[in-house]
Design a protein around this ligand. Sequence first.
Ligand code: CA
Length: 233
Amino acid sequence: MAKILVVEDEEHLAEGLRFNLEAEGYDVETVADGSSAVGRLTDPEGGYEAVILDLMLPEMGGFEVARRTRAAGNLVPILILTAKDATPDLVRGLEEGADDYLTKPFHLDELLARIRGLLRRRRWDGAESGDSNPQPAIVGETTVHFDRFELDTPRGTVRLTTREIGLLRALIDREGEAVTRGELLEEVWGLRPDTKTRVVDSFIVRLRRYIEADPANPEHIVSVRGHGYRLVR
Ligand code: CA
């Protein structure tokens, strides 16, 4: 049974989420502020398989929770909840490493579908969307294991988040082609191509750190000036 952490300060919403997620068979814990959430998510014994994270929280906002969770090396899938029309907020949440988002008010079915999607992608059973278990890909000295969300690099194994592996997948699928930021925003994050964000560039910096021998002089994830990025194996 997957264990889910709900971080939400509106008590009736938190309890509603708990009730409905438990009805789906999930094991649910709730916390109502950012500091408690960080405490749970940086606890090596936590064992959460997904997090539903409200952005407007007392003490410490959801961005900071996401940032500290990732900084602690916890790659748990994070779904953020934001107020309607709060695009800058949700974009910042994604920049901090969240995997998916929903705007309030949301439909319960939609939330459950997103959670299932995050858990499935994490395990990558490949049974759905016709995406049969993808074969590992070689990029330079790195082997990309899509099924395990892992890279084997000369410096050791690196685990990736769902969006990191998604970004790498998008570039590898179009190997040799220049892919625009807008295309990547749409394909990997489901954002409008004209969304104002540095999320693509900041994720590229991270991927280069894993894959490139010299991240300052990339040979595999190459910038295409005024356009985007191109993957060279
Ligand atoms: Ca709130």
